[in-house]
Each structure stands twice: as structure tokens, then as C-alpha cells.
Design a binder for this molecule. Structure first.
Ligand code: ADP
Length: 486
């Protein structure tokens, strides 16, 4: 089976969030499955970071897509050695700033074109006249809106026989652009309608993918249900309901080469469920590094997140002084909402020994927060899957989460019953509001003070198999099903 995995980011080449983690880990996990007899290749825009990190790059084809001359460069992933096909066009992709926005955080004004080209080339690679003459995929897995137009091009223009899956990692991002992009995107105007890629008078890349892909997947069973309701469907619930029988929810795993406390290259000490003492030393070092009071008896709460409404962290600043008064410390790493960043920074200024706020993107610090903290806070309003709560489980840092999407599917609340049957792994806030979150954090701290019980909660989480192995098997089953048209 030849699979093309089309994505706008993949770790370790380029990362802004969870999609990169999935794109880095899932193809690798599938390729390692004994039962996978095939070849999986990653298609990605040739951002400067991607081109500089690719191993053994080689130009293999030149191609014009949407009027833009591109080169296809194949190379190897630095970690897994999987084949990557990077699309090189300096004007489109080699810019300072991020994959989606400039250095000031403003979306690139030509994102429709940049990801239109990615989708167009994905479709061309799946056509009979593929520019890679020796390799035509049997199946393409598209990821999120950035590759959502590929199934539309495949069905409407290239009449491809390759089967397609659209994986939705976050329905909130829909890739909507003005109708004036129809022509530059070379989309047939006849399909700019409700039964096509039109969405409230705009072109929606994500809707195109949902409408035209053969199968759909999303990143947890609960989220697969939630997106078919008006609460979490972001206007797409009607269409998703009509495609219900083609929609599967598969929980993400974690890349255990990158995220394993027993071998994590970012940590000064390693630890495991059987020998957890190293975690204490990491907490001590983290407190020192962040300028927090070096107190083993202060509960240290961690946050690593995009700061957006979705993540529910706007509920935190109001209650932090109450928790700080009782000796809590906070290690926060996150950027996004400038007002929220400023709130956390103000708290850091007011309580320098108890609050550390870091903005920007820091892989090293994120691993150390995950390992050094006692618990991890993630009260998302919605969460397709979420990775940080999974890292929290693996690192013996029980997560405090809300009851939604992948959080509901991966964290089991601590109570008498779940402690008795060894399923307690964290703390669940039923309603996302300040009062409930405060009650839940206090409940977690009370358990934390009881060291024996806490070890049990940590141990339950650390023993859970959250590697990609079982999810990769589920994706392979989805690949087979899609290919055989069932
Ligand atoms: P989302 O994809 O919605 O942002 P996830 O929990 O699925 O949320 O994944 C977020 C990923 O990005 C995790 O690997 C997390 O550690 C990482 N991350 C988020 N913000 C930062 C940051 N400021 N620095 C380093 N890593 C971050």
C-alpha cells in the first residue's frame, strides 16, 4: 500500500502545535507495524526550516501548480528516515515567521494560495500523470484545512482513483477565503455551492475536504460525536451528520522516543514508574531555573499551551492569588492572547517566587515543565484530542482536565471507586468555569498531600499504554477500509 500523508507541519521539521506531533509520529508508527506492507511518504511545504533539516535532499521533479513553478524535493526525516516530499517555492514558503503567520502573528495574506498549492500538488501526485512517475499513492491522508482542497481537486479535476481520508485535528480552523480566490485556486465555479466547497458565501478548504474525501477521521471518539452537534460543530455539524457512517474517531498516541521520562534528552535526570526519584531533582532544578522558591513541599502546577479561548486558561488568573496564598506555584509556558499573556506576566511580577510566565515557543522548557511539575492544568472548552494531558500521564504529572473530546477519552477522574480499581489517572472538571476549576485544583492538591495515594495516581497514568502502537493499528484498519471502499 502506498500512502501519501499530506500535512502543513511535521515534527521535527517544523512545529506549531499538536498536528506536527501527529504528523511526525503517526506515519512512523504505521511504517513500523509488522502488518503494514507498504510505503508511507510525507508531503509538506518547503519552509526554510524544512529544507534545512531534510536529510539527503534531492530535486526529483519540477511542476507548475496554480500558476506557480515548484520543485519537488525528496529527502529523509531526520529522526525516522521516512521519505519526505517537500514543495520548494521560495516566494510561497521561505519567509521569516511561522507556517501560517508572519513574525507579528498576522496570518499570511496569501494563505489560500500557499495551501492551495499544497493541496493541488497533493492531488497531482495522486493522478495518473503524477510528476513522480514511479510512485502513485493508493491512498492519501489529508490533515486539517491546509490540505482540505486535495480531495476536491482529486474528484473534480484529476478524476483520481486514489482513495482519500481527511483527518480533522481541529474543526475550529476551517480555512475560509473570499470567493475571489476561486480563479487563482483553479476551482470549478459550478461547485461553489452548498453541495460543494462553498460555506456561507466563502470557499472553505475544510468543508471541501469533509465533502469530497472518501472517509473522515478525527482524533478521539468523543470529539467524533461532539462535532456532529451544534455545540462543537462550528456550523459543520449538519454536513458531518450526513457523513456519520464515514467518520471514525481515533485517539492520538504520543511519540515515546521524544516523550519518555526514562530517556528524554531534555531532562537532567531520568525516571520511570519504578524509579521516580529523578522527578524530584527535575522539580528542584526547574524551580531554580524559573526563579521560583526552591521548595519541594510547594505544589507546582504546570501549563504549556497556546493561549486561546479554546484552552480555557483565561479562568486561571482570577483564582491564582487564592492558590498562591496556600503555597502553590505555577510554571506557565504559552503564547497567543496578548491580554492573557499580560495577566500571567503581571502575576509573575507580583509573585516572583511563585509564578513563572514564559512566552514564545520552547521545546526544552516544555519537557521540563511536564517532568518537573506535580500536576498539569488543561481546562479546555473543547479539545479534539490534546497531547499535553497524555504527556502528563506518561510523566507522572497527573492532568487536571475538562470533560470534553480527547480529554474525556484519556483521563479518568480520581475518586474512591477509581482509586480502588486502579483507573484513577487525573482530575476532571465537569463544567468549565472558575469555581469548578478551583474546587478541582484544590481536590487535586489534597490528594497530592497524601503521598501514597498520589503515587498510585501517578503510577496508574504511567502504566497506561499511550504510545502510537494501538492507534496506528486503528489507522491501518481505516486505510484498509477506505481502500476497499467499505
Ligand atoms: P494544540 O495542537 O491544540 O495546540 P495539543 O495539546 O494537541 O494542543 O498539542 C500542543 C503541542 O504543542 C504539545 O506538544 C505542546 O507541548 C506544544 N506546545 C504548545 N505551546 C508550546 C510552547 N509555547 N512551547 C513549546 N511547546 C508548546
Amino acid at each position: 500500500m502506498r500512502v501519501l500523508f499530506a500535512t502543513s507541519e511535521a515534527y521535527p521539521l517544523i512545529k506549531t502545535g499538536g498536528l506536527a506531533d501527529v504528523s511526525g509520529a503517526l506515519p512512523k508508527a504505521i511504517s513500523h507495524l509488522k502488518q503494514f506492507k507498504g510505503d508511507i511518504r510525507i508531503l509538506i511545504p518547503g519552509y526554510s526550516a524544512v529544507l534545512s533539516k531534510l536529510k539527503s535532499p534531492q530535486t526529483v521533479a519540477n511542476i507548475v501548480a496554480l500558476g506557480h513553478a515548484c520543485s519537488l524535493i525528496t529527502g529523509k526525516m531526520p529522526d525516522s528516515g521516512l521519505t519526505v516530499i517537500a514543495i520548494q517555492n521560495a516566494h510561497l514558503y521561505e519567509r521569516p515567521g511561522g507556517p501560517y503567520s508572519d513574525e507579528l502573528g498576522q496570518d499570511w495574506v496569501d494563505n489560500a494560495l500557499r495551501f492551495g498549492v499544497l493541496s493541488r500538488i497533493a492531488s497531482l501526485l495522486c493522478s495518473k500523470n503524477s510528476p513522480l512517475l514511479d510512485w502513485q499513492p493508493d491512498l492519501i491522508q489529508c490533515n486539517d484545512w491546509q490540505t482540505g482542497l486535495a480531495p476536491a481537486y482529486m474528484k473534480l479535476i484529476d478524476k483520481s482513483t486514489t482513495k482519500s481520508i481527511l483527518s480533522i485535528h481541529n474543526l475550529a480552523f476551517q480555512g475560509c477565503f473570499d470567493a475571489s480566490w476561486l480563479k487563482p485556486l483553479e476551482l470549478p465555479a459550478a461547485h461553489f455551492q452548498i453541495n460543494g466547497f462553498e460555506y456561507f458565501k466563502q470557499i472553505s478548504f475544510l468543508k471541501a475536504g469533509i465533502f469530497y474525501a472518501d472517509k473522515l477521521s478525527t482524533v478521539s471518539p468523543t470529539y467524533a460525536q461532539e462535532i456532529q452537534t451544534s455545540k462543537c460543530g462550528f456550523g459543520m455539524e449538519g454536513l458531518l451528520k450526513t457523513r456519520s457512517s464515514d467518520l471514525t474517531g481515533i485517539v492520538n498516541g504520543i511519540d515515546t522516543q521524544e516523550w519518555n521520562p526514562a530517556s528524554d534528552v531534555h531532562l537532567i535526570k531520568h525516571y520511570s514508574n519504578n524509579r521516580i526519584t529523578g522527578k524530584k531533582a527535575i522539580k528542584h532544578a526547574l524551580q531554580q531555573q524559573l526563579g521560583l522558591q526552591m521548595d519541594a513541599n510547594a505544589p507546582l502546577l504546570g501549563v504549556v499551551s497556546r493561549l486561546t479561548y479554546q484552552k480555557g486558561l483565561d479562568l486561571l488568573p482570577e483564582m491564582m492569588p487564592k492558590l498562591i496564598k496556600h503555597g502553590c506555584q505555577f510554571a506557565i509556558l504559552g503564547s497567543g492572547d496578548k491580554v492573557l499573556e499580560a495577566h500571567f506576566s503581571a502575576l509573575e511580577e507580583r509573585y516572583p517566587a511563585q509564578v513563572s510566565m514564559n512566552t514564545g515557543y520552547h521545546e526544552h522548557l516544555s519537557h521540563n515543565i511536564m517532568a518537573g511539575c506535580d500536576m498539569f492544568i488543561m481546562p479546555s472548552r473543547f479539545e479534539p484530542c490534546g497531547l499535553n494531558q497524555l504527556y502528563g500521564l506518561a510523566y507522572g504529572t497527573p492532568p487536571i482536565v475538562s470533560l470534553t473530546g480527547g480529554l474525556a477519552d484519556s483521563v479518568c477522574d480520581t475518586n474512591e471507586m477509581s482509586l480502588k480499581n486502579n483507573t484513577a489517572t487525573g482530575f476532571v472538571v465537569k463544567n468549565v468555569n472558575s469555581a469548578s476549576l478551583l474546587v478541582t485544583i484544590n481536590r487535586a492538591i489534597n490528594y497530592w498531600k497524601d503521598k501514597k495515594t498520589w503515587r498510585k495516581i501517578q503510577s496508574n497514568g504511567m502504566q497506561r499504554d499511550i504510545s502510537w502502537d494501538s492507534s496506528a493499528i486503528d489507522y491501518l484498519a481505516l486505510y484498509e477500509k477506505t481502500r476497499s471502499n467499505n
